[in-house]
Design a protein. Structure first.
Lengths: 265, 258, 329
């Protein structure tokens, strides 16, 4: 029932003077979110610039997923300021939000493929509402094929998700995220539930895609290996705030016990 | 987890309130374009055609059994010639709609509850929303509309097959021709029987779809949540069906003073 | 996409079957109520419709030809029933047809039954009002039966009274049995007879005188009568007359004696018993009874000897002996 919350995000005029620069894709300031007495986010700040790979790391239940859902308007924050590509998410109407969402790719934790549809239908699904962006296309097959080839699964086009392995599912989900050629991709635990080899494959795919389409990526994970490979910059989310920030190497050297806890094997 | 009676009552009213809100949202969304016509057809097929065999078999057996069971008593009263009237009216007015609806509550409501529940749990509903498709419209509105539209058709087919089953018994045991049987059935029936029953079926369909979608859409996280959603969908839908039936009979009694 | 097409095809078939069934059911029900097809309407006025409802059948000579469209109350004792009748019946129903309200079997629903009249009147036209007849519904039949029952009860009560009064000698039958009127009328008849015979006697003497005179006079009549043959004939006739009157006198005497007997005796019943056949019958009856009693006695005797009942009769015998002894003492 989270999408029914009537709570409106407080609009603080104090943020107007600190408007983000041109090349900032995602800007989060002082984000608060709580479920009952459980304060998940209590003043989280973040900035994602164009073409950047940012990893947000945190333990499970630390509010990473909540933060990323607030970004695309799946959840409403209690308070705080979220701006994606120059638009304040909480003030958008449903139509403009949908247009904005077309520029944001979202890879869900468990792939979230539609069980009742074939791979092709899964990939065609995001095209249904975003045909305006792509012009009037009658035949979607070339787009579907292109997206599938990017993840190396062109042969699986008419299979059902139940016939795919976990890794294949993740790749199809990635293809579905890519089909609208988003400017920014949000990855929610891209390697969770996968064996290390498949995880590496996925990470490799993520990197190649970023190079090919020059997208910005926000990766939410608790997997240190993943963070090491892909991150250009990292944010450690602890106790609802951005506890530490820096490159993987910088954070690895940190003496802070809470930071060290992340890198302990 | 043992809740106190007060909490249970409170939860019940919260549930009714949420369901009403959910129904209100359905009516708000159903009139607003864009319409998911293709998905509606798909759901109609899944709910209508796929339930047809089940409804037909149960309908046939109900007609058969009702006739066989009433025969001795009617013979005792020398009123066996009233069998078509009795069976016709009881099936068209009450048994047909209620039994079909209960079967569909078992089949469709649990199906919807489980399907939407698992979609919620695996974030497919979120994925839809992010893809720019209103999941409420795409998943909930189409399903509720499909059950609302399909149930009356299932009911009338179930009625027809139940009457056929009854006529078969009368034909074999009582030497009543099919023509005479159906002549008598339609002699006994009036619009006051058919119209309320058909209208009632629409509400039954709506109830099944609504409860199934509500339980699935607000499914709790985890695989256990899906099972709970499917289970409670059937229980809640069946309970609500009887309540709707009661109200429907009450209202139709006012409209058609019989 | 082939799968979707097939699904849609099947869905289409399903929807069409379902809708057809609904429409068919609606049509058949409507057809029963003559909502479709060519119809006309006629009406009939009743003072009691016995629970007739709109939608009930209308039958003409037992065939379902229409339904009751509506029932309107005109005033407290006049109810107009409008009926919808199939148009093809227009050429069969005449103005003298009579509408009655009946029921389909003892417990069936009510219906209007139109019975053809003599067939002399012209055919009905739409909007006509048919003659009606209040009918015997089951309830009416039962109430009539009830009245009959009550009457029967009254009759038996009366009968009881009559027989009682008969026994007490009251009423006509009683009088008959106890003679008063009967006896008086009998008396009167007898006196009439006496009177008649007296008059015959006086006429005879007059005639005799006349005849004597005719013999001596020389008239046309005298000549005629002087003729010996005819004179003898007349004499024989006269003597016949005399014997007849004598016989009448004897009958009267007889009757008189009977009457006296009746008066002295115990009424008509007594008279009846003087009838010999009756007496004979009585005799034989009594004889039969005697015979019956005899055979009963024989039976009893046989029973006495039966080993099963022997004991009982012996006991009986002993007791009788004892009683006899007591009496002697």
């Amino acid at each position: 029932m989270n999408d029914n919350h009537i709570l409106q995000m407080k609009q603080s005029t104090g943020f107007q003077d600190s408007m983000p620069q041109e090349n900032v894709v995602i800007y989060i300031k002082d984000l608060h979110k709580s479920f009952g007495d459980n304060h998940v986010l209590s003043g989280f700040n973040m900035k994602l610039t164009r073409g950047e790979n940012l990893v947000v790391m945190g333990k499970s239940g630390s509010g990473k997923s909540v933060m990323i859902k607030c970004l695309v308007g799946l959840m409403e924050a209690d308070s705080g300021y979220i701006e994606v590509m120059g638009k304040e998410v909480s003030t958008l109407s449903q139509e403009t939000l949908d247009i904005l969402r077309a520029d944001i790719g979202f890879l869900f934790q468990g792939s979230a493929l539609y069980d009742s549809m074939t791979v092709r239908e899964n990939l065609e699904f995001p095209l249904r509402r975003h045909k305006n962006k792509l012009g009037n296309i009658v035949d979607t097959t070339p787009m579907v094929m292109e997206a599938l080839e990017n993840v190396g699964l062109a042969h699986a086009i008419d299979l059902m998700p139940s016939e795919l392995s976990g890794g294949m599912k993740r790749r199809v989900a990635l293809a579905r995220t890519l089909i609208l050629k988003p400017k920014v991709i949000l990855y929610d635990e891209p390697t969770s539930g996968l064996d290390p080899i498949t995880a590496k494959e996925i990470i490799g795919l993520m990197r190649s895609i970023q190079k090919k389409y020059n997208t910005s990526s926000l990766i939410i994970t608790h997997d240190v290996d993943c963070a090491r490979v892909i991150s250009e910059r990292m944010i450690l989310l602890v106790d609802g705030i951005n506890y530490a920030e820096g490159t993987y190497e910088e954070l690895l050297k940190s003496q802070d016990p809470k930071v060290e806890a992340f890198f302990k094997k | 987890m043992s809740l106190s009676l007060v909490d249970k009552t409170k939860n019940f009213f919260i549930e009714i309130g949420d369901l009403s809100y959910f129904a209100g949202r359905f009516f708000k969304e159903v009139l607003k374009p864009p319409f998911e016509f293709k998905e509606l057809l798909r759901q109609c097929y899944h709910m209508g055609n796929r339930s047809l065999v089940l409804v037909s078999v149960t309908g046939f057996i109900i007609g058969l059994v009702l006739t066989l069971q009433s025969r001795p008593t009617l013979i005792e009263f020398g009123a066996v010639s009233w069998m078509p009237n009795m069976v016709g009216i009881s099936i068209v007015r009450e048994l047909g709609p209620v039994i079909t609806a209960l079967i569909c509550a078992g089949r469709i409501a649990s199906g919807i509850g489980a399907e939407l529940g698992s979609m919620r749990v695996t974030e497919q509903i979120d994925a839809m929303e992010v893809s720019g498709t209103n999941p409420f419209k795409y998943l909930v509105v189409t399903r509720i509309l499909a059950t609302t539209l399909m149930l009356p058709l299932l009911v009338i087919i179930g009625d027809a097959i139940a009457l056929y089953g009854s006529a078969l018994v009368e034909n074999l045991k009582g030497d009543v021709s099919f023509q005479l049987y159906f002549n008598k059935v339609f002699d006994a029936l009036e619009y006051g029987d058919l119209i309320p029953a058909t209208t009632k079926s629409f509400f039954f369909g709506f109830t099944i779809g609504l409860v199934g979608c509500y339980k699935g859409y607000y499914c709790k996280k985890g695989t256990a949540g899906v099972g709970v959603a499917a289970n409670t969908a059937v229980v809640f839908a069946s309970m609500l069906l009887f309540f709707v039936d009661f109200v429907a009979v009450f209202v139709s009694d006012i409209f058609y003073e019989l | 996409m082939a799968k979707t097409t097939l699904e849609n095809l099947r869905l289409g078939v399903f929807v069409i079957i379902g809708t057809t069934l609904i429409v068919l059911a609606a049509y058949l029900i409507g057809n029963r109520q003559n909502m479709f097809g060519n119809t006309f309407s006629i009406s009939a006025v009743f003072n009691n419709v016995n629970g007739l409802q709109s939608g009930n059948n209308v039958r003409f000579s037992g065939i379902n030809v229409g339904t009751v469209e509506n029932i309107e109350m005109i005033n407290d004792s006049t109810i107009r029933v409008n009926m919808i009748i199939e148009e093809k019946m227009l050429k069969h129903i005449r103005r003298d047809a009579i509408a009655t309200i009946g029921s389909d079997g003892l417990v069936g629903s009510m219906l209007i039954s139109i019975t053809p009249g003599l067939g002399s009147e012209s055919l009905v036209v739409p909007g006509d009002e048919l003659k009606t007849q209040s009918r015997l519904v089951t309830q009416d039949m039962l109430s009539t039966l009830n009245i009959t029952n009550e009457n029967a009860a009254l009759l038996t009560a009366d009968l009881l009274k009559v027989t009682q009064s008969l026994a007490q000698g009251k009423g006509i039958l009683g009088k008959l049995l106890n003679d008063t009127v009967m006896a008086t009328s009998l008396e009167q008849t007898i006196s009439n007879l006496e009177h008649a015979s007296k008059r015959t006697n006086s006429m005879m003497t007059k005639l005799n005188k006349e005849m004597g005179r005719v013999n001596f006079e020389e008239s046309a009549m005298g000549i005629l009568l002087a003729d010996t043959i005819s004179g003898n004939n007349i004499k024989s006739i006269l003597s016949n007359f005399e014997t007849a009157s004598k016989e009448i006198e004897e009958v009267t005497k007889d009757i008189n004696s009977v009457m006296k007997e009746i008066k002295n005796g115990k009424g008509a019943v007594n008279y009846l018993t003087t009838d010999s056949t009756f007496v004979n019958n009585l005799d034989t009856t009594i004889r039969n009874i005697e015979q019956g009693a005899q055979s009963f006695n024989e039976n009893m005797e046989a029973l006495k000897h039966n080993f099963l009942t022997r004991g009982y009769f012996r006991k009986l015998e002993r007791r009788q002996k004892k009683e006899a002894e007591k009496n002697q003492n």
